[in-house]
Design a protein around this ligand. Structure first.
Ligand code: SF4
Ligand code: SF4
Length: 295
């Protein structure tokens, strides 16, 4: 993928290779050289096959990332880096018989799973995620419960007060479930049985306040992820791979990413590295001067 540049804290860009040679800022590096090198090493070249994680992103986002060089600020990659360091620590552990950090490929695309335990026939994925994502994955939903009190002053005077409760509902795990099911079927195809899929989720923003707000009582959760049927997984990735290949072949911008893919618009407004080339991203940033390719 053509992630070619870093964006410095003053907003200017620099080629990644130039940054690694010498920082252009008088005040010094925004993050350390080894961290920048780890980020640069994590870049993947597009080889006409969609990866399990790419398939979860919007086709437009992936199309723009493949077609155009883009920049990302090292400081905005902090959470992605947490995951990288987490994996790097595990890679150093030697666990007999276990499969770790293996790259897989089939006609549908590629995948890179974290850890497979052949004795327990279990596939693990190690994630760092915010409290909100974890609480949703655990299947809790926010409910405003009326109290006996009313507001005594202000704009809500006379209205009943409510308190927030998290109640058990349906787990919100679409992405984790699709990604792990994809790996699980690839591992099964390689003749390793998978009976369980588990996500080990480290709550990256755990604090006294977030634990109170979200009702979380620990920093690491192990969450069971039911494996989806093969046909559902194949059909999802087949459709995503074809849509991306067609768009690249025709040179035609795909439709905007869906609400799920944009995290209800938050990605377009703050976390999409190619927003300048997309009308939705330009609008989300309150700008009117887009880069050249805008749908
Ligand atoms: S280290 Fe940070 S501030 Fe320095 S050139 Fe690279 S991106 Fe810019
Ligand atoms: S700005 Fe939003 S809709 Fe546009 S490519 Fe990025 S994530 Fe997709």
């Amino acid at each position: 993928m053509p992630w070619t540049d870093f964006t410095c804290p003053d907003g200017w860009g620099i080629k990644i290779e130039d940054c690694l040679k010498k920082c252009r800022m008088d005040c010094g590096r925004c993050v350390s050289k080894p961290t920048l090198m780890a980020m640069a090493a994590g870049r993947r070249k597009w080889e006409n096959k969609i990866s399990a994680t790419q398939g979860l992103n919007g086709t437009r986002l992936e199309y723009l990332k493949i077609k155009h060089d883009f920049a990302e600020a090292p400081v905005s990659r902090a959470f992605a880096l947490l995951g990288t360091f987490h994996h790097a620590k595990h890679e150093k552990l030697e666990i007999p018989e276990a499969l770790q950090e293996e790259f897989m490929e089939d006609e549908l695309g590629t995948g890179f799973f974290d850890y497979y335990d052949p004795e327990e026939k279990t596939l693990w994925d190690f994630k760092t995620a915010g409290s909100y994502k974890v609480v949703k994955a655990l299947g809790f939903e926010k409910v405003d419960v009326p109290t006996d009190e009313v507001y005594k002053s202000g704009a809500k005077k006379g209205q009943p007060k409510t308190r927030t409760e998290w109640r058990k509902g349906t787990p919100d795990i679409f992405e984790w479930q699709m990604q792990l099911s994809r790996y699980a079927w690839m591992i099964q195809d390689a003749k390793f049985p998978v009976e369980r899929c588990l996500v080990q989720a480290t709550v990256r923003d755990f604090s006294a306040m977030t634990s109170r707000t979200y009702g979380l009582d620990r920093q690491i959760y192990v969450i069971e992820i039911p494996m989806l049927p093969r046909e559902e997984v194949v059909s999802f990735y087949l459709q995503k791979q074809q849509a991306l290949l067609d768009a690249l072949f025709d040179g035609e911008m795909p439709p905007p990413c869906s609400d799920r893919e944009t995290w209800d618009g938050r990605r377009c407004a703050g976390y999409c590295p190619v927003w300048q080339r997309c009308d939705v991203g330009v609008k989300a940033h309150g700008q009117t001067e887009p880069a050249e390719e805008v749908a």
